[in-house]
Design a protein around this ligand. Structure first.
Ligand code: AMP
Length: 411
C-alpha cells in the first residue's frame, strides 16, 4: 500500500516552499526593522506549560493537544501555540534583566488536533511576534501595524481588522456573570443553541443569526462599557495611535480569542477571500502570563499568524517565476560553456537555471518560458541572447558582452 502523509498534515512542494520562504524573509525584514529579534523555543514542552499558560478550560487544552509520555513517564505536548513557550523562556533566562521591552519574533510548526478542512490543519506554521516588559500602548499599535504590513506584503490584503479590549480577568468574570444573568432573564426569546451553551459560553450569543436572540443581544451589556478607567484609557490610547497611523479597524466588543491569557487589547485580522477559516492572525496583551508561569510580573503583547492561511488568501497573487535567465545549449559539445555561463550569471546575483534534461532547442525555449525567464542565453558556436518578452534575439561578441546584454534585458 502506498503511504500518505498523516491526516491534517501536508507536504510543502517547491512552488509553495518558495512562497513560504519569501514570506519568512519579509517577516525577518519587517520585524527586524522594528527591533524584533529572531527567537526559537522547543517544538515540545512540558504539558503543564500549556495547561497553565493557555488555560485548562480552553478548547485547545481540553481537546486539541498532541500529548505523549516520554520514557520516564513525563507528560509532553507538541506546542499548540507560541506565546506560552516564549514567556517560559523569558522567565527561565531572566530576560527581565535585559533592557525592556524584549522584542522577539518566531516562525515554526504548531500542532492542534482539530478536524481538518480548508485552511485548518493538524500541523500548521505560524509566524509570531511578542514584546515583553512594557505595557506601553505604542507596542500594541506597533504590533498591529506590523502584522498588517506582513499581510499586505504577502498579497493577502486587504484584511478586516477587529480590535477590542478585555480589561482584566476580574472585570471579565464580573461581566460574564452580568451577561449570563441578563440572558437567563430572557431565556424564552433565545435560540435553543444559545440557551444550551449559556453557562459555557454566553458570548456566543453575540454571533447568533436567530432573530429573537439578535433582538436580545442588541440591548445586552457590553464588556467595553465595563472596563476599569485605566484599561479604558489604555484602549483609547491604542486606538488613537491606530487612527493617527491611518489604520482601518472595527471595534468589536464581542471579539473573543481561544486562549485564556489575554488582558486588555485583543485583535484579529480576517480575510474576505477565505471561507469558514477566515482568521489570518491575531493576538493581544497578556500582562499576567509570565507571572502565572512563575516569572516576575511582566506585561506582554504579541500576535501569531497562520502562514498557510496567508498564502491561501494570497493565492491569486501567485508568481510562478523561478528564474530570471535560462541558459540553453545549442549543440551537445557546448554543455561545458553553458555551465560556466550559468555560474558567471549567478555571480551577478541573477536567478539562473540551465538546460539539464537533454531537450531539443524548441523544448528548451518552452522550458525557459515555463520557469519565467526574461532572457535566454543560447550557447553554441557563438552566444545569442534572446529577450523572452519581445522575442528579439541578438548575437554577443563575447561571454562578457552576453552577460551585459542579459543585465540590460532583465533590468
Ligand atoms: P490563534 O492564536 O489560535 O488565533 O492562531 C493564530 C493563527 O494561526 C490563526 O489566525 C490562523 O491563521 C492560524 N491557525 C490556528 N490554528 C490553525 C490550524 N489548525 N490550521 C491552520 N492555521 C491555524
Amino acid at each position: 500500500m502506498r503511504l500518505q502523509a498523516p491526516r491534517g498534515t501536508f507536504d510543502v512542494l517547491p512552488g509553495d516552499a518558495r512562497r513560504r520562504l519569501d514570506l519568512q524573509r519579509n517577516a525577518a525584514d519587517v520585524l527586524g526593522r522594528a527591533g524584533y529579534g529572531p527567537f526559537e523555543t522547543p517544538i515540545f514542552e512540558d504539558t503543564e506549560l500549556f495547561a497553565r499558560g493557555v488555560g485548562e478550560a480552553t478548547d485547545i487544552v481540553q481537546k486539541e493537544m498532541f500529548t505523549f509520555e516520554d520514557k520516564a513517564g513525563r507528560s509532553l505536548t507538541l506546542r499548540p501555540e507560541g506565546t506560552a513557550g516564549v514567556c517560559r523562556a523569558y522567565a527561565e533566562h531572566g530576560m527581565h534583566k535585559l533592557a525592556q521591552p524584549v522584542k522577539l519574533w518566531y516562525w515554526g510548526p504548531f500542532f492542534r488536533h482539530e478536524a481538518p478542512q480548508a485552511g485548518r490543519f493538524r500541523q500548521f506554521t505560524q509566524v509570531g511576534a511578542e514584546a515583553l516588559g512594557s505595557d506601553d500602548p505604542s507596542l500594541d499599535a506597533e504590533l498591529i501595524l506590523l502584522l498588517a504590513e506582513l499581510i499586505e506584503l504577502a498579497g493577502a490584503g486587504p484584511a478586516r481588522l477587529r480590535v477590542s479590549s478585555l480589561g482584566t480577568p476580574e472585570t471579565r468574570a464580573a461581566y460574564l456573570e452580568e451577561l449570563t444573568t441578563y440572558l437567563r432573564a430572557r431565556e424564552g426569546e433565545l435560540s435553543e443553541d444559545v440557551r444550551e451553551r449559556l453557562d459555557q459560553n454566553p458570548l456566543r450569543a453575540f454571533d447568533a443569526d436567530h432573530p429573537g436572540t439578535r433582538a436580545v443581544m442588541e440591548a445586552a451589556p457590553r464588556l467595553l462599557d465595563r472596563l476599569d478607567p485605566a484599561d479604558a484609557d489604555h484602549f483609547a490610547a491604542v486606538r488613537d495611535l491606530l487612527d493617527r497611523a491611518g489604520v482601518q479597524y472595527d471595534v468589536d466588543s464581542t471579539l473573543v480569542r481561544g486562549l485564556d491569557y489575554y488582558t486588555r487589547t485583543v485583535f484579529e485580522f480576517e480575510s474576505q477571500r477565505l471561507g469558514a477559516q477566515a482568521a489570518l492572525g491575531g493576538g493581544g496583551r497578556y500582562d499576567r502570563l509570565v507571572e502565572e508561569l512563575g516569572g516576575p510580573a511582566t506585561p506582554g503583547v504579541g500576535w501569531a499568524a497562520g502562514i498557510e492561511r496567508i498564502l491561501l488568501a494570497a493565492e491569486d497573487a501567485r508568481d510562478a517565476r523561478v528564474a530570471d535567465v535560462f541558459v540553453a545549449i545549442a549543440k551537445p559539445e557546448s554543455g561545458g560553456s553553458a555551465f560556466l555561463m550559468t555560474q558567471r550569471l549567478r555571480q551577478e546575483g541573477l536567478r539562473v537555471v540551465m538546460e539539464q534534461a537533454g531537450r531539443g532547442m524548441k523544448g528548451q525555449l518552452k522550458q525557459a518560458n515555463r520557469v519565467g525567464a526574461r532572457a535566454t542565453v543560447i550557447v553554441g558556436d557563438g552566444i545569442d541572447v534572446k529577450d523572452m518578452d519581445s522575442g528579439d534575439q541578438r548575437a554577443a561578441d563575447s561571454a562578457e558582452a552576453a552577460v551585459q546584454m542579459v543585465r540590460e534585458t532583465v533590468g
